[in-house]
Design a protein around this ligand. Structure first.
Ligand code: ASP
Length: 356
């Protein structure tokens, strides 16, 4: 009886291995594509229509639309979400980050690609860069044109993303963002144009590398902490503290800060005028928010690019404010949320904005 059992077990194993071996090319790296939606998965009623619905096409259809992708790596897909990235949420971020960490622990996964809408891609990529604990490449990509559009650029962006995720060169560089033949660091990259295929750029520090039909190279390393050296983690996290962003303007009303505090914000980022400025009355409201409610206010910028310097036109310590350094408001919000989740105090905050 035992012999028969052993025979059946061995036969099943041999059949399983040969079937697996048949569909997997052992010489190629294994890349997992986690799909979250966006315009890259969007479709329109015609190839020249400017209106379309994001997050319509499933991951397998997207993979099938990329000629040659299977020569780069053994690719397999997983649908984590299917939303326009304007609907990206902390809940999806946590799910995505946990899944990526889980997959990267597997010896048969060499790299990961995340397909994502372009609207909040820089936020998701920055978040992942702080909480993914692996040296294996993780690459986010998307497209400005929907999958049914004339000259859709999604398939080539996905091809390039898989090439990067499968490469030796990308190891140890943290999460990377690729669109339009460029490779970017999540901290540095921003969406700069509402419709153009060359929308993504890193105005302060420049691109990290380039990729041309899968051939790639890097020009520089990331300049801040990420990945394994980051102190942030999603382990055990079910949500993140609420952090809101307020856009500053001439004659800004100071009660906006009070309104957000009352709504439950534990932190506030100001998209400040110029070098992270706001009206004197708003600064006073920021001071009060910290002294009376422990709410930390970070000064970022509404200007497209540039550093927000500490103690520039006033002493930050006088108002308990933190300077966002080169982080734009959306990314300053992410760092503040993770720092608050970790119980960081005001005295530790400024340093985090220089370090991450
Ligand atoms: N609204 C879309 C999104 O972010 C835009 C895009 O993907 O380009 O999902």
């Amino acid at each position: 009886m035992k012999r028969i059992q052993r025979f059946i077990f061995t036969s099943v194993l041999i059949i399983g291995v040969s079937v697996f071996g048949y569909s997997q090319n052992k010489k190629l790296p294994n890349v997992k594509i986690l799909a979250t939606g966006g315009t890259i998965a969007g479709s329109a009623s015609s190839a020249t229509s400017s209106s379309y619905a994001a997050g319509q096409v499933g991951i397998q259809t997207m993979i099938n639309a990329v000629p040659g992708i299977k020569d780069l790596a053994n690719v397999s897909g997983e649908q984590v979400a299917n939303v326009g990235s304007q609907d990206m949420s902390v809940e999806i971020w946590l799910k995505l980050a946990k899944r990526i960490n889980e997959l990267l622990l597997q010896s048969d996964v060499n790299g990961i690609v995340v397909t994502h809408g372009t609207d909040t891609q820089e936020e998701t990529a920055y978040f992942l860069s702080l909480v993914v604990k692996s040296d294996k490449p993780v690459v986010t990509t998307g497209s400005m044109r929907s999958s049914t559009s004339i000259s859709a650029e999604g398939p080539l962006n996905l091809y390039n993303a898989v090439a990067i995720a499968a490469s030796e060169e990308a190891k140890g560089k943290g999460v990377l963002v690729t669109l339009n033949d460029e490779i970017h660091s999540p901290r540095d990259v921003s969406k700069m144009n509402t419709t153009n295929v060359g929308s993504f750029s890193a105005p302060i520090k420049g691109v990290m590398g380039g990729v041309f039909y899968g051939r790639l190279g890097f020009f520089r390393e990331p300049t801040t902490k990420f990945g394994k050296s980051s102190e942030f983690s999603v382990e055990g996290l079910k949500s993140l503290p609420r952090v809101d962003i307020i856009y500053a303007y001439a004659d800004m009303a100071p009660d906006l800060i009070d309104i957000h505090v009352k709504a439950g914000a534990k932190g506030i980022v100001i998209a400040g005028v110029g070098n992270g400025n706001m009206t004197e009355a708003t600064l006073q409201a920021a001071k009060k928010a910290y002294e009376e409610h422990g709410v930390i206010v970070v000064r970022s910028r509404r200007v497209a690019t540039g550093w927000v310097l500490r103690d520039n036109e006033f002493k930050d310590a006088d108002y308990h404010t933190i300077a966002a350094h080169d982080l734009n408001p959306a990314k300053a919000r992410i760092l503040l949320m993770l720092a608050l989740a970790k119980g960081k105090k005001l005295s530790e905050m400024q340093d985090l904005f220089y370090t991450y």
